[in-house]
Design a protein around this ligand. Structure first.
Ligand SMILES: NC(=O)c1ccc[n+]([C@@H]2O[C@H](COP(=O)([O-])OP(=O)(O)OC[C@H]3O[C@@H](n4cnc5c(N)ncnc54)[C@H](O)[C@@H]3O)[C@@H](O)[C@H]2O)c1
Length: 300
């Protein structure tokens, strides 16, 4: 499909291909697009319209990829934003900080490991200490390690994937809950792999399935408090997670054949779903999943 976005197929041979996570956005060529959407006249910057004025948001994995787009768009909509990431991603986090502050909002940077429960409590404490309130919690951080054979998935990998991708979502909600009031919004990042399965991501895709169940159950649990809980299930998106876990050939063709739109998606094309779910415009949505996935029709 013709378009303005740079494609992974254009990646030069020397681009970042990691076997370690998290991946680093500043090493990626072409750079992912966090803030521009394609229209009839080419790429246009996302402009806010006050949808989140006066709110405070916490976005895990907010240094890069989908989380960076969410953080930037939330700030353009008027929210102050705290982002959580790993220490080695400081350079990416500083870029996201510039995007938040460039929109005239406050940024809080929290480098820590969310796979440890005590750190999740500290994240909430630091966010409240800085902003004094919290209205939007985006549970977005994750790791994925591709393994073709279940016998190669060590218990150590299984635990890291579960602790990071789903345990941390429980812990952050648990510690945030005392601060969330009527009208607050929790948004969890799941994946198309929760619905379609993924033969080489057995542990990752099963955490994403757990996130769908968690989202639906928590939405019913918190409905009487007026706190909404929804999820976003992206398809193939050009973010550091992908070159950090795939070989060069897989990276170049990532997303091309697997979706009707015939191309990988950009973070900006996913960030808009979070804006909708965080804003009052989705006040009758809870327990739902949005599917920015390039057109794959799934039973979700
Ligand atoms: N990119 C895709 O194709 C795709 C598709 C479906 C779902 N997703 C989901 O989107 C979300 C965001 O990923 P992304 O694709 O933007 O990649 P990304 O690499 O930019 O984001 C993942 C982030 O998770 C954070 N993280 C990982 N382990 C952590 C830990 N222990 N403590 C703190 N932070 C940690 C890192 O800061 C990292 O930046 C993830 O939940 C991912 O599963 C991505």
């Amino acid at each position: 499909m013709p378009g303005q976005y740079a494609k992974p197929g254009d990646i030069p041979a020397q681009t970042q291909i990691h076997d370690a996570q998290p991946g680093l956005e500043h090493e990626m060529t072409p750079a992912p697009n966090a803030t521009q959407l394609e229209g009839p006249n080419g790429l246009e910057e996302y402009k806010g319209s006050g949808k989140l004025t006066g709110k405070a948001a916490l976005v895990t994995g907010g240094d890069s990829g989908i989380g960076r787009s969410v953080a930037a768009m939330f700030a353009r909509e008027g929210a102050d934003v705290a982002i959580v990431y790993r220490e080695k991603e400081e350079k990416d986090a500083q870029e996201t900080k510039k995007l938040i502050e460039g929109a005239g909002r406050q940024a809080l940077l929290i480098p820590t490991d969310i796979s440890v429960e005590a750190n999740c409590k500290k994240i909430i404490d630091q966010t409240i200490a800085k902003f004094g309130h919290l209205e939007i919690l985006v549970n977005n951080a994750a790791v994925q390690y591709i393994k073709k054979d279940i016998r190669d998935i060590t218990t150590e990998q299984l635990e890291e994937t579960y602790r990071t991708n789903i345990f941390a979502q429980f812990w952050l909600v648990k510690y945030a809950l005392d601060h969330l009031k009527r009208g607050a919004s929790i948004i969890n990042t799941t994946s198309v792999t929760a619905y379609q399965g993924s033969p080489h991501l057995l542990d990752y895709s099963s955490t994403k399935g757990a996130i769908v169940g968690f989202t639906r159950s928590l939405s019913a649990n918190l409905a009487s408090k007026g706190i909404r809980v929804n999820a976003v299930a992206p398809g193939p998106i050009w973010t550091p997670l992908q070159p950090a876990s795939r070989n060069e050939e897989e990276t170049k063709s990532f997303g091309e054949k697997s979706v009707p739109l015939g191309r990988v998606g950009q973070p900006a094309e996913v960030g808009t779903s979070y804006v909708f779910l965080a804003s009052n415009e989705s006040s009758y949505f809870t327990g739902q999943v949005l599917h920015p996935n390039g057109g794959s029709v799934i039973n979700g």
